[in-house]
Every structure is written in C-alpha cells, then in structure tokens.
Design a protein around this ligand. Sequence first.
Ligand SMILES: *Cc1c(COP(=O)(O)O)cnc(C)c1O
Length: 491
Amino acid sequence: MVNKSFWFNMLLIPTFVEQFTTMNSKEFRATAHQFVDWMADYLEQIEELPVRSQVKPGEIYNQLPENPPQEPESIQTIFEDFKRIVVPGMTHWQHPKYFAYFPANSSYPSLLAEMLTATMGAQGMLWETSPAATEMEERVMNWLIDLLQLPKNWDGCIQVSASSSTLVAIISAREKYSGYTTNKKGVHQPLTVYASEHIHSSIEKAVRLAGMGSDNYRAIGVDQNFAMRPDLLETAIKDDIANGKKPACVVVAIGTTSSTAVDPLKQIAEICQRYDIWLHVDAAFAGTAMVLPEHRHQINGVELADSFVFNPHKWMFTNFDCSAYFVKDKDVMIRAFSILPEYLKTRNDDTVINYKDWGIQLGRRFRALKLWFVIRNFGVTGIQERLRTHIMLAENLEAEIRETADFELLSPRYFCLLCFRYRPTDKELTEEALNALNARIVGQLNDSGELFLTHTKLNGKYTIRLCIAQTNVNATHVKEAWALIRKVARQ
Ligand SMILES: *Cc1c(COP(=O)(O)O)cnc(C)c1O
C-alpha cells in the first residue's frame, strides 16, 4: 500500500536533486559564465602571480579535509576553496615568464575547444563511438604531415604523451623483429635499443616497460654539440650482432631535453637501413619548429625513419595533452596492438579506423578538436610567426650572453633554448664552486616568483636552462628576466 509520506518524498526528491547534487541547467549556465569570467581574468592578470608556486610540501594537502563530505556542497563553496587553496599551489605554466623545462602551452582557441570536448564528454575508442572524433583526428594528423612535410603516405594519431608514443614505437619494433611472436610467448630473445646518452629518460623507460630490459639498452656517446655519434652507434650495433643479439630500434633526438641538440638523422637512418633496424624520431619539443621552412632541413632523411613523435602540447599552443605520433607502416603497429573482444566488434570494422588499435589505452579523448581549433584560428602563418618570435628572442639573448663577460654559453643554440652559466671574472672558482653558485642562483630566481627556469648538467657543469617558448612571451619579458638573472648572479 502506498502511503501519503511516500508521495510526499517523491515530490521532494527532484527538488533536492536540483538544488544540491546535480545542478540544474539554469544554475550551470550562470556558474559557467562566472567561471569564464574567472578564466579570462586569470589569464589577463597572470603576470601578477608568482610563476612557480611558493608553497611548501604538504601545505595544500593539509588544507584539504581528511574525509569527503557526506552532504552535497554548493559549487560556490567549492569554487571559493579552489581560489583560496588551489590557485596558490599552482605553478603558472601560461605565465609569459615561464622559462622552465619545456613549455606546456595553451591558447584561447585550445581552451575553448576543450570546453566543448568536455561538454560532449565523448570517448573515441571506435569510429562508431564518435565518427567525428575519429575522422577529424585523421584529417588533422594529415594536416600536420603536410605542415611538417613528413612523408605523405604516413599515418598519424594522437597519443597521450611522447613517452607513450615512444612506447608504441618500441613495442612495434619488438613485435616486428621477433617475427610477431613476443605478444604470444613473452620476450624470449635479446632485442637491443639505442639512443644518445642525452636522450630523454622516456626511451629507457619504454625499453623497460616493453619487457626488453635495461641491459639491452645502449646509451651512445655524443659529440661536442651533444649530438649522437653515428660511428659509436655503428660500433655498438656490430658488437651486439657479434654477441647474438638483434638490434631492434634506434631513437634519434631532434631537440634533446638538456640542450635541444639535434642528432644527425640522415646518417643514422642510413645505418638503420643497412642493419634493418626500426628508426624512431623523438622530436617532442622541437618538432613544432619543422613548420618553419628554414628549420625543416633538420629532419632531412625522415622519410627513411619508421616513426616520429612531436608534442603539439609543448610548443604548438595546444593544451596538454596532445602528442602527435606518425608511422610509416601502420599495419605493424595495429598487428602489435590490436585485440578484438566480441563486445568491441562493430559492423564497420573493415572500412573505418578504430584508434583503439593504435596505442596503449582503449578509451580516447576527443583531442583532435582543440588542434583543429588552434590550427584554424592561428592559421599556419600565425603559428609560424609565433615560433619565429620565440626563436628571434632567443637569438637576441644569446648575443647578449655572448657579449657579457661574466656569463658563458654552454651549448650551441638550435631553437629557442639557451644553456649558460654565471662565471665571475674577478675570481677563479673551481668547477664545484661554480656548480654550487649557479644552483644557488637558480634557486633564488625561482624563489622570487618573478620567473621560473630550470637547469641541466652539460659535461659535469651545472647549466642554467632558459627556454623562450611560452605562448605569450615577448621582448620585455626576456629583457626583465635577463636583468634579474644578472642582478641575482652578481649579488
Ligand atoms: C618532453 C620530452 C619527452 C617527454 O614528453 P611527454 O609528452 O611528457 O612524455 C620526451 N622526449 C623529449 C625530447 C622531450 O623533450
């Protein structure tokens, strides 16, 4: 029997739901407008914030309650806490004085596209689960092939990161050179992988994750410009073959993380051809510069490679994450990654792309949309202009550093990264003392909140790394940064 209080409760439920748990559409609309205002204010006023977060370890964690709330909390309350607790704990990557690591650039068109992507909340594992997500990805990857002048018959797809792109390349090579037996039997023969000693750590990590073992990974020596030495590579390959191993993959860096050194791609590609080895190109940061005709020669010979990765989420104004991975023979990759349980079969499997077979995870975000927005809204010339500005700013600062007696450049400049250190002229300091001094300078600069830069070590020397590639960086920002660096160093 249905009593009166049952109906009473039924009447209450929708009101309760609307008011507290899920917002209603009207409230969502109002709050979203408020958030957009906050977003625009944040980006407009970002230069007033300390670039690197100034909080201490544990400071944010301890401000967050030990237990989740039992009762619904209003978005306004949560938003107030976001501003009060979260924002001070953020390092502001979109600050134009962000010179650290490599950038993770965003831009207005990218941000707007992400709002639409999040709104539709689609998951593009199969063509059928959102044909537009798949087909736009195919089209936009072909645009990038055109922009970077990669071979026209290659195929591309978006991966989470350069690390996962490289893992896909190394697993593809592993399958190919084990005669497609490893997926079934497990790793059962020694396959070796080669990269310069300056390559990103993600290469050795991929070798480990692919089950091939760090013992089968070779770090090849570099020349005075920190580029891989082909002669040492060939010697290592010959040694391994003589010891019964099968060289499976060489990774070339176009723009190493330490100093953006460029490995000699063409020479290395010819070695790979000679010994039948998969050649993967890691251009995570610098790949974007191939949009500039004056830089494209740096990947001459790429047509001899098997795969290539670069991150639009670093220097192409497309917010994290968006890594563009290209392959010469997609069938090798699909053979390595495809697995088809009954519940994922669709009527169109023979005629469409199902990107689930092109990488590690099943589910995929609709990331092509933001790239489409960025490329269209900047236009190719807009992207080129921005990149040329960054490179020109770096060129100018390079000239200034060269002319400043108590500073020295520690590597050649290839793109927009400068590697240098302070070296006082009035006293003779040991290398150890210089390292400690420069580490102190970097620490003090970053503690000031005025800018954010990082370091590396080149030939044992502590090296200040300053990367001029943030979307909105201009000459004033660089000038002020350089003035502060000199001031702090000389104190
Ligand atoms: C940044 C970088 C990576 C790693 O990129 P993720 O997308 O964060 O995995 C790999 N290689 C090079 C040369 C890089 O600069």
